[in-house]
Each structure stands twice: as C-alpha cells, then as structure tokens.
Design a protein around this ligand. Structure first.
Ligand SMILES: *Cc1c(COP(=O)(O)O)cnc(C)c1O
Length: 287
C-alpha cells in the first residue's frame, strides 16, 4: 500500500498533488485568493483550506447546502484554517459551472483563482505524476495499481507517468459515472505522455452511491481495521479495498500479480461515520 494518508503534512492524501499546480500558478500571477467548490464533507476544500493557510493564501470555499444546515466538522476545520465559507442551495450549486453564475459569485472575490471542483483538470493530473514516481519506487518490476476514483484526475496523472509493466485500476466511488472514462482519456491526451500504463475503471463497487455504505462494506471495513493498523474511510479507500478483497477472493484477479493499493487519504471524513469508532448511535448527517 502506498500511504499518501501519511504524507502531505497539513493536507494528507491525494489532494495536495492536485492542488500544487494551482498554488504555484497563484504565486506566479500574484493572486492572493483561492476559491473552489465542494460538498459539506469535501476533502478537496479541507486540503485547500489547510494548504492556503500554510502558504499564505486567502481561501474561499463555496459549499453545497443551505446556510441554516449545521456546519460539519470539515466546515469547522476549514473556517479554523481561515477559509471563508459561502453556502449555496442545492439548486444554486448545480449552476456552479455556468459562466454567468460564476461571474456573479466571484465578483466580490476578485482578483482570485478559481480552482475546479475536486481539482479536476490537466493541471491537477500533472501534479499527480509524482504519485507515480512513488509507485515505481515501491514496485520497480511493475504491479497492478489500484486507487479510488472521484473525478479520475488522480488516475489520469498516475497512469500517464507509468508504463505497460503496470496496469492501473480505478474503483469508482460514484454510481453510474460512465462519463469517467471519457474524462480520463481527455486528461491523458492533454498531458501527452510519452508512454502510459493501461488503465480501466470498475463501476460495481460504489456500494449504493457516493458516500453511501452497505452492511457488507461496513463489515469489511471493521474487519480490515481490526486486522491492520491502517485507518480508512468509507467514501473512497474503504470501497477500493473492498473491491480488491472481493476480486482476489472470487478468483477474478490472478493472485500472483502484485497489487499496490494507493491510500489516497480522506481521513477527515471518517468523522461522518461514527460506527468506525465504535459508536453505532449517531448517524452521518449533512453529506
Ligand atoms: C478526492 C479523493 C479521491 C478521488 O480523486 P480524483 O482525482 O477526483 O479521482 C480519492 N480518494 C480520496 C481519499 C479523495 O479525497
């Protein structure tokens, strides 16, 4: 397992790789304010708040959900790091990629750099290339590299910097996100890598949808954490490991080929799932 959850300082996990290029650009262009979008449990906004504070940027998080909805621990952390939180109704949030709407939203914040939701961009994928360098160091002879997928940005960046001794398998955290393959292909062609590893995305391990949990996933995660001294969370890393376990157990994967799982972090989101820490009574809210 490549433990990105143990690297990245203030922002452990994959988000620091996706954000690096944007932070560098803001510095180059002398822009002091970084703005992005996300849900109330967003690992992306959590990382942006932490990195912005560390590197002297002002940050603004535009968060899905009415202002009257309770702040999640993610939002509280982000505010504590100095991020200004603007909440949008779900209807408004759906318009976040419309040019007119963005102009209105950003009018009061300019000059600022708007980072796409989840860091989804060629710039974000490029930064994930250094994850591939770590993969090569751990598995110089090649391996099946498995990682969780949200926007596909990390997968594209990793596959672009590997070669055919590797095959990259993404486990989609979303239900029915069949546009992901097209997005990854688009990012890969923007990066124009000299070579790349073959890659694919499996769509059967969403366990009911984004941030949802089934009893099978829950049982698997509790057993995994009891056996290994490794924290995971249900949105991304739990589903990835659940998929690996299933595929090997059912003989659908050749057990001889080494498997390298990438732990992409996201552990701040564990707080939305108190059953992971032995509390069966408090349900997750605000997702
Ligand atoms: C954001 C995130 C992902 C998904 O990364 P993409 O580049 O959007 O595919 C995977 N794992 C964790 C823990 C994340 O926070």
């Amino acid at each position: 397992m490549l433990r990105l959850d143990r690297t990245g300082g203030a922002a452990p996990g994959n988000k620091v790789f996706k954000l690096r290029g944007f932070l560098d650009r803001a510095r180059r262009e002398g822009v002091a304010t970084l703005v992005s979008f996300g849900g109330a449990w967003s690992n992306h906004l959590h990382a942006l708040a932490a990195l912005g504070a560390e590197q002297g940027f002002d940050t603004v998080g535009i968060v899905r959900g009415e202002p009257r909805e309770a702040a999640t621990p993610m939002i509280e952390d982000a505010r504590r790091a100095g991020m200004r939180i603007i909440r949008l109704s779900r209807a408004e949030y759906r318009r976040r990629n419309e040019a007119d709407f963005q102009r209105e939203l950003l009018a009061g914040l300019a000059p600022c750099l708007l980072i796409p939701e989840g860091g989804a961009s060629a710039e974000g994928a490029l930064g994930c290339g250094s994850i591939a360098e770590e993969v090569r160091r751990i598995a110089p002879g090649g391996a099946r590299v498995v990682l969780p997928v949200g926007t596909g940005t990390t997968l594209a960046g990793v596959a672009a910097r590997l070669d055919p001794r590797f095959d990259v398998v993404g486990i989609s955290a979303l239900k029915g996100a069949f546009d992901l393959e097209g997005r990854v292909a688009g990012l890969l062609s923007a990066l124009e890598p000299a070579g790349a590893a073959p890659w694919r995305i499996l769509h059967d391990f969403h366990c009911g949808g984004f941030a949802r949990v089934t009893s099978e996933l829950r049982d698997f995660m509790l057993a995994f954490e009891a056996l290994n001294d490794i924290d995971i969370e249900p949105v991304y890393t739990g589903k990835m490991l659940f998929a690996i376990d299933r595929l090997l157990r059912e003989g659908r994967w050749d057990g001889e080929r080494p498997v390298l799982a990438i732990h992409t972090g996201g552990l701040q989101g564990r707080r939305g799932y108190p059953w992971l820490d032995g509390d069966a009574t408090r349900p997750r809210t605000g997702s």
